[in-house]
Design a protein around this ligand. Structure first.
Ligand SMILES: [Zn+2]
Ligand SMILES: [Zn+2]
Length: 83
């Protein structure tokens, strides 16, 4: 069975359907201001932030930290995985 990860918080879900029906506590608009969204890339050993290029071992760890090259401004948003 395939696993799906939220690109904002790294939480794992069994289906996209169950994921997108639930509020995401790390949504870019604010905690629980939007639903989880599927990370559409492959599951990897390490994930690269699409804004700053920093590498992380999990989506969950990267999305918990502020990105200094976020498009909304320095440290105005969290790292986001590149596909
Ligand atoms: Zn999420
Ligand atoms: Zn970043």
């Amino acid at each position: 069975m395939e696993d799906f990860y939220c690109k904002y918080c790294g939480q794992r879900f069994a289906s996209i359907r169950s994921m997108t029906g639930m509020w995401c506590h790390r949504h870019p608009d604010g905690p629980n201001k939007g639903k989880h969204a599927p990370y559409e890339g492959k599951v990897k050993q390490s994930y690269t932030c699409r804004f700053c290029g920093q590498q992380f071992t999990s989506i969950m760890s990267m999305t918990g930290m502020w990105c200094h090259r976020h498009p909304n401004g320095q440290n105005k948003g969290k790292h986001e995985p590149a596909l």
